[in-house]
Design a protein around this ligand. Structure first.
Ligand code: PHE
Length: 344
């Protein structure tokens, strides 16, 4: 009898602890199965009235049963505690997530990559250069001697070069890389040179002392590269860049390092050449300078006179960015106002 009673209490108790999910219920069960007045305690207390035989059987059974119930109680306690924790840390899965703050590339950097990609598909390689350049590569090598009025076309930041091997300047254009590259390479080649250029001039909505340029050179033997190549490549480039057909217009101009020289315009992409404030009602946007590389430049690079022919083309990337994004003040790109940059 006693044996069966003990077994039943243990089974019931185990089951009750396993089902307990609340602290209050658990406290009740603890009292009922493990407390001083529990059924099991009563049995243990009553052992002394039993026959020696029954005692021998029931004693160990009751003690073992108590251990089993204590273990069941312990499990229940841990489980209930973890339930409580989860419900206190209530997680609302409908709350929108918090986006980690990651930076992004500057719009000018992005456009630089875009322009490089387009030229790469046209077979051009991307070439670097130096921003602090000698007077020679920035001017003399490009057929701009020191007494030439063309030096005044570009207000220059002169660098104090006392004790140095040459007079240094902040390059006024990426054309400074032309002869540097040619000295080390033999035509044919097709290259683009992206980079910063600097002008010592008063700034306003369309002038900035630091701006980004792109230089483009294509050189081969005499007769193989013509103005027609330039115009075609320019048209292909702008079609890709703006994602639509763009007309290119050449106007006669002058640069000491090209002959003939052109200013070139594209049809206004903001008003579809109908006339707007940005193109000053003309339907055309001035983009940059270009021309057939002057033989004097080839000579400075050490090439044989008359052997090669090619075009050079320089345009302002910052200006292109203004057109692409409809920005009317060039200074916004470089003044570091994060509110402006975040819009891109
Ligand atoms: N370097 C010239 C400028 O900055 C542009 C140019 C480049 C013109 C190549 C002709 C050929 O104004």
């Amino acid at each position: 009898m006693v044996k069966e009673n003990i077994a039943r209490i243990i089974e019931e108790g185990k089951e009750a602890f396993a089902l307990a999910t609340e602290e209050m219920v658990f406290a009740e069960l603890e009292k009922k199965y493990l407390g001083r007045k529990s059924d099991l305690s009563d049995i243990l207390k009553g052992l002394k009235d039993l026959s020696p035989e029954e005692k021998r059987e029931a004693g160990p059974l009751a003690n073992e049963g108590r251990l089993v119930l204590e273990r069941a109680a312990e499990e229940a306690r841990t489980r209930i505690a973890s339930f409580k924790l989860a419900s206190e840390e209530h997680i609302d899965i409908t709350v929108p997530g918090r986006k980690p703050a990651v930076g992004h590339l500057h719009p000018i950097t992005r456009l630089t990559h875009e322009v490089e990609d387009i030229f790469s598909t046209l077979g051009f390689s991307v070439v670097g250069g130096q921003e602090v350049e000698t007077e020679f590569y920035n001017f003399d090598a490009l057929n701009i001697p020191s007494d030439h009025p063309a030096r005044d076309m570009q207000d220059t930041f002169w660098i104090d070069s006392e004790g140095l091997d040459s007079q240094y300047v902040l390059r006024t254009h990426t054309s400074s890389v032309q002869v540097r590259y040619m000295e080390a390479h033999t035509p044919p080649f097709r290259i683009v040179i992206p980079g910063r250029a600097f002008r010592n001039e008063a700034t306003d909505a369309s002038h900035e002392h630091t701006y980004h340029q792109f230089e483009c050179l294509m050189v081969d033997e005499r007769g193989k590269v013509t103005v027609a190549h330039f115009k075609h490549i320019a048209e292909m480039f702008f079609r890709e860049f703006f994602g639509r057909d763009v007309k290119v217009r050449l106007r006669p101009s002058f640069f000491p390092f090209t002959e003939p020289s052109f200013e070139f315009d594209i049809s206004c992409i903001l008003c579809d050449a109908k006339g707007c404030p940005v193109c000053k009602q003309s339907g055309w946007l001035e983009i940059g300078g270009a021309g057939m590389i002057h033989q004097k430049v080839f000579e400075k690079a050490g090439y044989d006179a008359g052997k090669y022919q090619g075009f050079a083309w320089g345009f302002g990337l910052t200006r292109l960015a203004m057109m692409k994004y409809g920005v009317t003040d060039i200074r916004l790109f470089m003044d570091g106002d994060i509110r402006f940059i975040r819009q891109f």
